[in-house]
Write a protein that binds this ligand. Sequence first.
Ligand code: ZN
Length: 199
Amino acid sequence: MNENDYSCPICQKEKINIYHEKIQDDTIKIQCDRCGDYIACGRIISYGQTNENWWKQKHILSAIIRELNILNNKPININSPPIDYYLSTYSIPTTPKEQADRLLRLLSKIHPESGERFILDNKNDYPLCFGKNEKELSYFLKFLVNQKYLEEFEEIEFGPEYEITVKGRTYINEISTEMSSNQFIISIEKNHEKESSNF
Ligand SMILES: [Zn+2]
């Protein structure tokens, strides 16, 4: 089987890359354009595929994994702590305003340079706003442009280009302390890793 024939166990996106890690026979590293990079074992994946709670919240799972991936700059291990733990403890945005803030923060992490222009791949980037689909991402991008936190430029081959404005970067700095609750979960994850590496 070609490695590109797999689908992502979290979001079901097809044609993703899966690499077997050497640590354990059953442990694999998954690279999904939508969820980012994560590490999972076969047991966790079969549990997810048969668990209704997982299935209903798969867009949230994608968003959590993608966000942690960006904030930590490394693949997220969903075996330890297990993904159910994230679902019950992670700071998931509950209002459209919070979703827009999280999107802007992630865009500023991915594109830290002032004046940097970028395009988005809406089909795969909608987890950045904790959205269910690409329409939600378009909706929040429009909001950020209207707020003058983002500037939208003419559409090039793959879609419009964006740039985070000075106003947008200032706003993100101002609210970064409010968002620090997410640092909690990241430190918890690091502690878990330390524990598991002791075995
Ligand atoms: Zn995925």
